[in-house]
Design a protein around this ligand. Structure first.
Ligand code: AMP
Length: 287
C-alpha cells in the first residue's frame, strides 16, 4: 500500500528557508527522554522523510537561562556536515516548546550497546575511535570543540555508523556537573580544574572512551567524585590483566591520557597509529 512508509526518501526535504510547524509532521513513538524534554520519531508529511523530533520546553530553557546558548549551539550544529555528526535539519517553536528536527539514529545510544555487550572487540572499538577522530578533526577545523563527548552522546544509525549528537550542551552540562553530581569521568584534567582549555580536551576524551570501549568501564572510575577527581589529576592509569587488551591499544590510550595537553597525540597521529591501521581497513564503514 503506502509506498511512502516502505521506502522513505534518503534526502531531507530541501527547503532551508521553510518555516516548519508541528502540522508538517506525523508524530510516532517516543525515542527517549533527555534533560529538557522528549524525543519522538516523526515523519515529514509531504516527503515521508523520517526524523527525530526533539521537544524542549521553553520554561526549562528560561529557568536555566539557556536561551542564547541553545540558539548559538543550534546554529553550530545546523552548519556541521559530516557523516559522523548527527544532522540538525532545522527547528521551530510554538508558545510552550522548541522543536529540533534531527537526523534519526535508528541504532540508538552507543552507551546501551556497550552496556549490553559489556565491552567491544578491538576492531569495533577501533572503528568507533577512527569515526570519532575524523568527526572531531572536522569540528576542530571549524573551531568547534565538543567538550562533552561520552557514550550517552554517541548515537548509531541503521548501519551502525557512529554519530556525535548533542552538540553544545557541553558548557552547560559541565557547569551543571559541579553542582548536580554528574559524572566527571570523561573530563580532562584542565577541565576538572576549571583551567583554560582548548581542542585537546576532546583528544583526552578519545583516550577515556577507547579505554571504556575495551575494558567496559572508564579508567578513573571511583565510588566518590573526589576520588575520580584525584585519579584524573594524577593520571592514575592502570591496565587490568583481564580482559586481554593488545599492547597497541594500551599504547594509544597512554598517548592520549597525558596531563600536558600539548603532548597528547594529535588527531592525525591517531589515524596513523598502528592499532587503528591494524584494525580499520578500507572496507570498514568508518564514515
Ligand atoms: P537527549 O535529550 O538528546 O538526551 O535524548 C534523549 C534520548 O532520546 C537519547 O538518549 C536517545 O536514546 C534518544 N534520541 C535522541 N536523539 C535521537 C535521534 N536523533 N535518533 C534516535 N534517538 C534519539
Amino acid at each position: 500500500m503506502a509506498s511512502k512508509s516502505l521506502k522513505p526518501p534518503k534526502q531531507p526535504p530541501k527547503n532551508p528557508k521553510k518555516q516548519w510547524s508541528l502540522n508538517d509532521f506525523e508524530i510516532g513513538k517516543p525515542l527517549g527522554k533527555g534533560k529538557f524534554g522528549r524525543v519522538y520519531l516523526a515523519r515529514e508529511v509531504k516527503s515521508g522523510f523520517i526524523v527525530a523530533l526533539k521537544v524542549i520546553f521553553k520554561e526549562q530553557i528560561e529557568k536555566y537561562r539557556l536561551h542564547h546558548q541553545l540558539k548559538r549551539e543550534m546554529e553550530i550544529q545546523t552548519s556541521l556536515r559530516h557523516p559522523n555528526v548527527l544532522r540538525l535539519y532545522g527547528w521551530f517553536h510554538d508558545e510552550e516548546r522548541i522543536y529540533l528536527i534531527l537526523e534519526y539514529a535508528h541504532g540508538g545510544e552507543l552507551y546501551r550497546e556497550l552496556r549490553k555487550t559489556g565491552r567491544l572487540s578491538e576492531k569495533q572499538a577501533a572503528i568507533y575511535i577512527a569515526s570519532l577522530t575524523q568527526a572531531l578533526a572536522y569540528c576542530h577545523e571549524k573551531h568547534v570543540i565538543h567538550r562533552d563527548i561520552k557514550p550517552e552522546n554517541l548515537l548509531l544509525d541503521h548501519e551502525g555508523r557512529l554519530k556525535i549528537a548533542d552538540f553544545g550542551w557541553s558548557v552547560q552540562s559541565r557547569s551543571k556537573r559541579h553542582t548536580m553530581c554528574g559524572t566527571l569521568d570523561y573530563l580532562a584534567p584542565e577541565m576538572v580544574e576549571n583551567k583554560a582549555h582548548d581542542y585537546a580536551v576532546d583528544n583526552w576524551t578519545l583516550g577515556i572512551l577507547c579505554y571504556e570501549f575495551l575494558y567496559g568501564v572508564p579508567p578513573f572510575e571511583a565510588e566518590r567524585q573526589t576520588d575520580t577527581f584525584r585519579r584524573i589529576m594524577k593520571v592514575d592509569l592502570s591496565f587490568p590483566s583481564t580482559p586481554d587488551v593488545s599492547a597497541e591499544a594500551k599504547d594509544l590510550i597512554s598517548q592520549l591520557l597525558v596531563k600536558d595537553s600539548s603532548k597528547r597525540l594529535s588527531l592525525q597521529k591517531i589515524m596513523e597509529h598502528p592499532w587503528v591501521i591494524k584494525n580499520v581497513t578500507s572496507h570498514d564503514t568508518i564514515i
